[in-house]
Design a protein around this ligand. Sequence first.
Ligand code: IPE
Ligand code: IPE
Ligand code: MG
Length: 253
Amino acid sequence: MSSIKHVAIIMDGNGRWAEGRSRQRVWGHVRGSSIVSDIVEEADDRGIEALTLYAFSTENWSRPLQEINTLFSLLKKFLLKEKKRIIDNNIRFKVMGKLDGLPEETKKIIKDLENETKDLNGLKLTFAFGYGGRSEIIDTVNRLREEVKDRDVTEEDFSKYLYQPELGDVDLLIRTGGDQRISNFLLWQVAYAELYFTETPWPDFSRKEFGEIIEKVTTRERRFGYVKECEGFKISSLWAKKNKDSSHSKVNQ
Ligand code: IPE
Ligand code: IPE
Ligand code: MG
């Protein structure tokens, strides 16, 4: 079975794709939004458990109003067009982020679809919209301050208070469009993600390339900091000893 359960994608390169064709940036968003359902379908067919798509960041609020409005209207169109397909395919849909600036009508479409799909047990499809990784961390800290008062907070506590704890850590983060950065996406959850950067701008991304990336990454060895046990050399026992020693020294500090 594939170790890739949660895939997150930074869908980047729309504007440059359009500019390269002497068109306005928004045209790139229109083309970009038309391939989203293909990628969702591929993830679903491959049995990926969760797909999280970065559609609008907290930083994207600083873009021209016309571009922001296009992105809002594309989100609405996508939801109206794909609603039936999402439900028929047993997909649980959610939006992660702050929706304050969205038109009321779009907020209602989102809420309705979230409610209608909340008990579906297929692919967990999440749009990160109005999302920022730092905001999520700060919101998590503030919620924890309310809930955990009598002891130190653990990593497990923190993971439980994120926006959507049920998605778990990201196994594979893909960024299209040629840049190699995280741009404030899922900062906590990508701690041990495999990273894959492709030059392909989002409007040219395809099911085929997506599938090839998953297959390539599945063969990578994910070590999570450890190494395989070598003959006659028991790493785990050394590790246990080291842990024991360091917990002693911590207590004795
Ligand atoms: C990604 O494409 C979509 C959003 C950020 C909403 P861009 O609009 O960032 O496209 P480039 O990176 O400028 O080409
Ligand atoms: C990241 O792309 C955000 C989304 C894809 C929604 P940006 O184009 O906004 O990121 P930067 O500006 O290159 O870091
Ligand atoms: Mg960009």
